[in-house]
Unconditional design. Structure first.
Length: 129
């Protein structure tokens, strides 16, 4: 079981995430490469919400290969191409995760390799060895 770190002497998180996470000894880690909002059939939704759902579905599939799920995610790094994508991305993320929330960073970037992508998400998960 991971332990969230949210010290009272610093500003609380702005959203449902933890400032830090302790991964107990003996856990194994899975590092997921950044996932884009492209489905297996090569479709790319035009909106951030749709792309974010696919990103997290892809991450869930990767973790499934290791016998884990999104519940094992301890760290999320997400990148969006505009401020208008912040709320849709966070709505998807917030619907998928519960306490203890993973540590999370969300950054604005100028773009990705293909212009139709508006979000990319990478994750780290920890689970039983």
């Amino acid at each position: 079981m991971t332990i969230p770190l949210d010290p009272p002497q610093i500003h609380p998180p702005f959203a449902p995430y933890s400032h830090g996470i302790v991964v107990p000894a003996g856990q194994r880690l899975v590092f997921c490469s950044g996932q884009l909002g492209i489905a297996a059939d090569k479709t790319v939704p035009a909106d951030c919400e749709g792309q974010a759902r696919i990103c997290f579905d892809n991450i869930a599939a990767i973790l499934g290969e290791a016998g884990m799920s999104l519940a094992n995610v301890v760290r999320i790094n997400a990148y969006v191409t505009g401020r208008e994508h912040l709320a849709p991305y966070m709505a998807v993320r917030n619907a998928l995760f519960a306490e203890p929330y993973p540590a999370s960073t969300l950054m604005l970037v100028t773009g990705f390799a293909r212009p139709e992508f508006v979000v990319e998400i990478e994750a780290i998960a920890a689970g039983p060895a």
